[in-house]
Write a protein that binds this ligand. Structure first.
Ligand code: PFF
Length: 437
């Protein structure tokens, strides 16, 4: 079988960083993070968020990467090698991620649609979602994602990330500079960053910051196991993780420097979530100076961010078929794309005509809420399956970065007990509150 003969592809150093940052930086950074900061105590929210990134996100990222690098396989392959009995525990994570992909691609398709509208003229969001255009853009986005993943780790994912991520960063910084010069920018910044420490007494803020950190870092899905399986032995995992987490957090922070000055400069409601990007901002882009260019860049930014995240979710799934069933990459990608296409249809048509709903809410919202909840459980199980049966080398006391601060044993403790318990608590809370975010 050819798939077995092919040597495992290895990332270049920078290619790996770009791909992993590409997975982490997504829609969550550019609108969800700023929105959460702005409506949850401003700068004060950064405290629980950074604690969540450092105490939970970083250890889990190190664990995932090290397990992938060590066992050189997809999530299922890695878990099977860790322990033949517990591997089913970790299987939920890729299933959940692939299901997330089915509607994440629909939203990515919206951003592609609005990118096109930035040139041709904006369509009202309700008119757009009530048409078949979301379905059309969903299919295009799925096809682009599948094409890149089918090209392979180096020729597809690495190349796309090496091209797209630097452009994304330049566009991001350019937009932030522009936004900061708008009249009213200071007011936006004050809303975004003035800390209101009274929020920190609300346990909800702490829980929300943890789920935001997991979502934003793309950790707990097994993506870093998959990406880590293409790392060479001498990659410094600690440094890479700090680079990925640092870049993700910085980009999320800059996202706020774009969104809030615009929102305040044009008197929009900062508490709007999704609607902000697709309803309010296009109106602003039609009247602001250089609005066409700014809209073009903004939706390009959103689409690029979403695309590199989608790529990682598809690769996460495909790798299992390639490694376990020895399928060719093309076959694995085609098979999963067909499933995602079918599962994504109701999300893509959620607002078409009389709409597709489930349990009283638009299908896409149902998917978002229920999978967001299930994700907590799948991440906890993945964490347990790995850490209870495998001691990652990165946490070895001889590891130079960690030895001085005895961080390795602290991290093991966090991974073994604290993180799974917190994830279970989050899962139960979200389940009881009806799966809402
Ligand atoms: N980290 C991405 C974001 O912040 O938008 C979202 C994401 C990517 C979630 C990849 C899950 C995933 F597997």
């Amino acid at each position: 079988m050819p798939a077995k003969m092919i040597a495992r592809e290895h990332w270049s150093k920078i290619g790996f960083l770009m791909a992993a940052i590409g997975s982490a930086v997504g829609l969550g950074n550019i609108w969800r993070f700023p929105y959460m900061v702005g409506s949850n105590g401003g700068g004060a929210f950064l405290i629980p968020y950074l604690i969540a990134v450092i105490a939970f996100g970083i250890p889990l990222m190190m664990m995932e990467l090290d397990a992938g690098r060590r066992f050189k396989g997809s999530v299922v392959t890695t878990l099977k090698q860790i322990n033949r009995k517990v591997w089913p525990l970790g299987v939920l994570a890729p299933i959940v991620s692939l299901s997330i992909l089915s509607y994440y691609l629909v939203i990515s398709g919206w951003t592609l649609g609005y990118f096109v509208f930035s040139i041709t003229g904006y369509m009202e969001f309700s008119e757009f979602t009530n048409s078949l255009l979301p379905f059309f853009y969903f299919v295009i986005t799925l096809a682009i994602t599948a094409y890149i993943v089918s090209k392979g780790v180096k020729r597809g994912i690495e190349t796309a990330s090496m091209i797209l991520m630097p452009i994304l960063f330049i566009v991001l910084v350019a937009l932030a500079v522009y936004a900061l010069y708008l009249p009213g920018a200071a007011e936006g910044l004050a809303f975004y960053l003035t800390p209101d420490f009274s929020y920190l007494t609300d346990p909800n803020i702490w829980l929300m910051s943890i789920s935001q950190a997991f979502f934003s870092l793309s950790v707990g899905y097994g993506i870093l196991i998959t990406y880590g399986s293409h790392l060479s032995k001498n990659t410094r995992i600690g440094r890479s993780v700090l680079g990925i987490a640092g870049a993700d957090t910085l980009i999320a922070f800059i996202g706020g420097l774009i969104v809030f000055p615009i929102v305040f400069s044009f008197g929009l409601n900062p508490a709007e979530g999704t609607e902000l990007s697709f309803i309010a901002l296009p109106k602003v882009f039609s009247i602001m100076p250089f609005g066409m260019l700014i809209g073009f860049l903004f939706f390009f930014l959103l689409f690029t961010a979403a695309l590199t995240s989608s790529i990682s979710m598809l690769e996460l799934g495909a790798a299992n078929f390639i490694d376990e069933l020895k399928w060719s990459r093309r076959k694995a990608v085609a098979f999963l794309s067909a499933i995602i296409f079918v599962v994504g249809i109701p999300s893509a048509l959620s607002f078409y005509g009389s709409g597709v709903s489930f349990m009283g809410e638009p299908f896409i919202d149902f998917m978002d809420n229920s999978l967001g909840t299930l994700l907590m459980l799948s991440s906890a199980l993945l964490c347990i399956a790995v850490i209870w049966f495998f001691r990652p080398a990165v946490f070895d006391v001889r590891n130079r970065i960690l030895q001085k601060i005895r961080a390795s044993s602290i991290m093991i403790f966090l991974l073994k007990y604290v993180i799974p318990i917190i994830l279970f608590i989050l899962f139960v809370i979200e389940l009881l509150s009806g799966g809402g975010n």
